[in-house]
Design a protein around this ligand. Structure first.
Ligand code: FAD
Length: 469
């Protein structure tokens, strides 16, 4: 009898422990992707991008003599139906670590056990399972540097290549058509614009990694902070859907490091930041929706209002903030320096609750990752573990002079700042909802908040809450 391979955020055939284990059983394999309520709940951009990834992966499986069976509904019900239809011996999957996925997967596993069938979860999304990294006292790490010291020298298993073919069952169960799922429906006008910037699938991800490690990585230490430069790997989009295995990236980065490539060690360290985010989410899932440090519950965070709306629209009059927000609508992602600046500005100059920013990113980013997004927002707000102290407030005006000294990033994304705006600057107006009523002809807006006043207001509120960490 066959085995069901339940694919989620692991849309690849190499460097995949679940597949290695499944092939070792010698059974025919039935790859499945389920549009379940947890997946339906994704933000607009992430859901659209996932749909493209799933369609691409189905083609890749077909080329390997297999298929991807698509079904919609709660995972357990769908899997139960598939097991009944195919007589499958059981189900295998790669682990995920957010609380909703954990609860769903635990329920599936105990149901399979009760049925006397195989239910196996495997690593694959991370280098280090979150519970395997422990402090000397047996607890978890709250600060990155000691975490990094603990993991940097660890052995990472070498990635296993993709099999040429997957053993197919004698007959295939019925499958939905991905077009009918309309996973891009909520993306609206943005899809046509962002489509020019994404790189879908394992082959594209590998090419991206190789191009980065063959050249730009050497300058990564300095260039990674300059948003106008093509100085980072842009692998976040592929890593989040598992279109490239993290072990493959780690080994390739390590090889570059051993070749003496200057920025490679910093790159490996960034990969460890991703691991650290998962470590935190596993041990403290409240990082996703509550102040990690409870003393922030009494902070007078602002909620919805016209200032938040101006932030969302890239119309704050603060060029670094607006360029970065517009970059997100045009490309689907945002440079890390931009993410830090817009998050700091929202939570400090606008004193707005970080959860509003977190949710907005979850809706707009094609590289959305639950753990990295939550850690990033709580870090910027000051409410998280290992966070920047609240009183250290980025000044977006001096930051932009430092990290975009020639104004290239600003002019690339803010049409109102150029006499002859380029295609990407204009694409912003094509990507955002018509209801926003934006028009480049109206000129660039004045600042919605005076930086000195915003800073003073934030610091006063911080002092009022009792100060201290
Ligand atoms: P590179 O510089 O090439 O780094 C390589 C990889 O390391 C990245 O692809 C990513 O997987 C990992 N990485 C790098 N920096 C970080 C970091 N600070 N935290 C965790 N992992 C990191 N990253 C996401 O993947 N998804 C998100 O939703 C996300 N939201 C963020 C929100 C905020 C407020 C902040 C401050 C950061 C957020 N990040 C997020 C982290 C970071 O900005 C992106 O991972 C990075 O910009 C992706 O670009 P890259 O692939 O070119 O990165």
């Amino acid at each position: 009898s066959p085995l069901i391979l339940w694919f989620r955020r692991d849309l690849r055939l190499d460097d995949l422990p679940m597949l290695t284990a499944a092939l070792a059983t010698g059974r025919p394999l039935i790859p499945v992707f389920i549009l379940d309520p947890e997946t339906e709940a994704l933000g607009a951009a992430a859901k659209w991008r996932l749909g493209l990834g799933v369609a691409h992966f189905a083609e890749r499986l077909a080329a390997a003599g297999s298929r991807l069976i698509l079904r919609r509904g709660p995972a357990r019900e769908v899997l139960a139906a598939l097991v009944a239809e195919t007589g499958a011996a059981g189900v295998m999957w790669s682990r995920l670590y957010d609380p909703a996925a954990k609860a769903r997967d635990a329920a599936v596993k105990s149901w399979l056990k009760a049925e006397g069938r195989l239910g196996e979860s495997h690593p694959g999304h991370l280098l280090f399972e979150p519970w395997t990294v422990e402090t000397g006292q047996g607890g978890f790490y709250r600060v990155f540097t000691p975490y990094w010291r603990a993991v940097r020298g660890r052995d990472v298993a070498a990635p296993v290549p993709a099999p040429a073919r997957l053993p197919a069952p004698e007959g295939w169960p019925a499958s939905d058509r991905i077009e009918d799922w309309r996973m891009g429906a909520a993306m609206r006008r943005g899809a046509a614009v962002v489509a020019g910037h994404i790189r879908v699938g394992a082959e594209a991800a590998l090419a991206r990694m190789e191009a980065f490690l063959a050249g730009p990585v050497a300058r990564y230490d300095a260039a990674r902070d300059l948003p106008a430069e093509d100085g980072t790997s842009r692998l976040s989009e592929n890593l989040t859907y598992g279109e490239i295995g993290i072990r493959r990236v780690w080994h390739a980065g390590m090889a570059a490091h051993l070749r003496g490539s200057a920025g490679a060690e910093t790159f490996l360290k960034e990969l460890a930041w991703r691991e650290f985010a998962y470590h935190l989410m596993h041990h403290t899932p409240q990082i996703l929706d509550r102040n990690w440090k409870a003393e922030w519950d009494s902070f007078p965070w602002a909620g919805e209002g016209p200032q938040v709306e101006a932030w969302r629209r890239g119309m704050t009059g603060e060029p670094f903030v607006d360029a970065a927000m517009r970059e997100m609508y045009v490309t689907g992602t945002m440079h890390n320096r931009g993410r830090m600046i817009v998050a700091s500005y929202l939570t400090k100059h606008l004193m707005t609750h970080w959860k509003l920013g977190l949710d907005w990113f979850a809706d707009c980013l094609t590289d959305w990752d639950p753990a990295a997004n939550a850690m990033g927002w709580q870090w910027a707000a000051g409410s998280g573990p290992d966070a920047a102290p609240y009183f250290r407030i980025f000044n977006p005006a001096t930051q932009v002079e430092k990290f975009d000294p020639k104004g290239l990033y600003r002019r690339r994304f803010i049409a109102e700042m150029s006499r002859a705006p380029g295609a990407e600057a204009m694409a912003f107006f094509a990507a955002v909802p018509l209801s926003w009523g934006l028009d480049p002809g109206r000129g660039y807006p004045g600042r919605i908040v005076d930086l000195a006043e915003g800073r003073a207001r934030a610091l006063a509120a911080y002092a009022g809450r009792g100060g201290g960490e």
